[in-house]
Design a protein around this ligand. Structure first.
Ligand SMILES: Nc1nc2c(ncn2[C@@H]2O[C@H](COP(=O)(O)OP(=O)(O)OP(=O)(O)O)[C@@H](O)[C@H]2O)c(=O)[nH]1
Ligand SMILES: [Mg+2]
Length: 441
């Protein structure tokens, strides 16, 4: 248990309805009693009850406020925690904080409240990281994933695999310790497929694409021939006249980008130069950028002018996007349709028709990370490492390698799993994780 009592502003600085000052440590209650005078209540404070009163220091009124004490262990850190809710803006909260510091509270380091929760065993490391992911989530989907991790999705999954692995290791060690009682080849034949199955479950839980989409958002590129309405679609989807639209083919030269939330997912839309043969130097460079953007996108939306018959240029573009994640949009569906169009979603940048279906399609393409899927990069790296060791152990057993060599790989897999939950994370790892937190969390 820590001996200091830390204090920090728990809400974002600046204007707001309220600001929350948080305290944690053995002296939280004593410090609260020195700066907070409740109305109609007296010390000792009742735990987990919101009180109304005034913040005062050295006889000076700081603010009218609410305060709550949460006695250990029923608190975020499992220590005594107090929160003082002042009016928003920096003045009142800073007045309370400075009073607390003057009375002996220590300014909290970034992430120190969560760090204490981790040290006191209230949450494991993967959940502490989920707190961070939740606080910095860039959209509802990212927040949902973080919340699932916070509720133990990832850590329950890892613990489950871990206990299966411990059983395997115990089996291996039994053979090593009592070679006369258990046949080594028989034991290996039993253990190898189990190790492989665990490796499979770990690899399957690493949905790197879903994780990246949650963290960075999805890159969607509008591509197609000149004049098919790419820029008009971009503007419509962003609800903003971002790109220049003219009836002249070859209007867009550079990439025009904008971001929009779709179904809780952040989507980065890029409008590109119309792709065609010929054109001047600027247009050629623009087309090169367009082709590169299509290559690196999560989803290419190939726009075709549905009011005109398709030509070789359209067909060439359809071949180009064929082996990538893509969808075909038949734009200008407000006009009479041409014959012989390929399959695609009819849309109109002019009227907005069909665009909700495009949004649905984009959100569907992003997919949903499963309940147990790991979504943080550090967890996936370690899960893959564990899977690699498990596969190596299984291969070695099949090749008839001595079991104590296999045990080394199984133990390495176990260590990697323990690093996810923090049971075996080195100080440098813990430092680097908690230092990315914000103060007050
Ligand atoms: N009727 C109709 N016209 C459209 C629609 N979308 C775009 N247009 C028109 O088509 C022409 C070209 O539109 P843009 O959005 O500039 O097309 P683009 O694909 O970006 O063209 P480039 O930048 O030259 O490659 C403009 O005159 C638009 O008004 C639509 O849905 N219906
Ligand atoms: Mg354009």
């Amino acid at each position: 248990m820590e001996t200091t009592t830390i204090a920090a502003l728990a809400t974002a600085p600046g204007q707001g309805g309220i600001a929350v000052v948080r305290l944690s440590g053995p002296d939280a209650e004593g410090l609260l009693g020195q700066v907070f005078v409740p109305k109609g209540a007296a010390a000792p404070f009742e735990s987990h009850r919101m009180m109304y009163g005034h913040a005062v220091f050295q006889g000076r009124l700081i603010d009218e406020c609410l305060a709550v004490l949460m006695r250990a262990p029923r608190s975020y850190t499992r220590e005594d925690v107090a929160e003082i809710h002042t009016h928003g803006g920096d003045e009142a909260a800073n007045g309370v904080l400075n009073a607390l510091f003057a009375l002996g509270a220590v300014p909290a380091q970034p992430g120190e409240f969560t760090w204490r929760a981790f040290l006191n065993g209230r949450i494991d490391l993967s959940r502490a990281e989920a707190v961070m992911a939740l606080v910095s989530a860039s959209g509802r989907r990212a927040a949902d994933a973080a919340l699932r991790q916070l509720q133990g999705g990832a850590s329950a999954f890892v613990k489950d695999i871990r206990s299966a692995l411990v059983r395997l290791l115990a089996g291996v060690e039994a053979v090593i310790d009592y070679p006369e009682e258990v046949d080594e080849a028989e034991a290996a034949a039993d253990i190898a497929p189990k190790a492989e199955a665990l490796a499979g479950r770990l690899s399957a839980a690493c949905d790197e694409r879903a994780a990246r989409l949650l963290e960075e958002g999805m890159e969607v590129v509008l591509c197609g021939k000149p004049n098919v309405g790419k820029s008009s679609l971009l503007n419509r989807m962003l609800m903003d006249e971002r790109a220049i639209v003219t009836e002249e083919p070859g209007t867009t030269r550079d990439i025009v980008r904008g971001s929009v939330m779709m179904g809780g997912l952040r989507v980065h839309l890029s409008d590109t130069a119309g792709i065609r043969e010929g054109g001047g130097q600027v247009e050629k460079l623009g087309i090169e950028r367009a082709l590169n953007a299509v290559q690196s996108a999560d989803l290419a939306l190939l726009v075709i002018d549905g009011s005109r018959p398709i030509d070789d240029q359209d067909r060439a573009l359809m071949r180009m996007v064929q082996d990538r994640q893509h969808a075909v949009l038949l734009n200008k569906c407000d006009l009479p349709g041409a014959d012989g169009l390929p399959e695609g979603l009819p849309v109109s940048a002019r009227t907005g028709e069909g665009l909700p279906a495009v949004t649905d399609l984009i959100v569907r393409q992003a997919g949903h990370p499963g309940e147990t899927a790991l979504t943080l990069a550090r967890h996936m790296r370690l899960a893959r490492l564990a899977a690699d060791h498990l596969t190596a152990a299984a291969d070695a057993m099949r090749d008839g390698a001595p079991l104590d060599l296999c045990a080394i790989d199984l133990t390495a897999a176990l260590n990697a799993l323990d690093e996810i939950t923090g049971e075996r994370a080195g100080e440098d790892i813990l430092d680097s994780i908690f230092s990315t937190f914000c103060v007050g969390k």
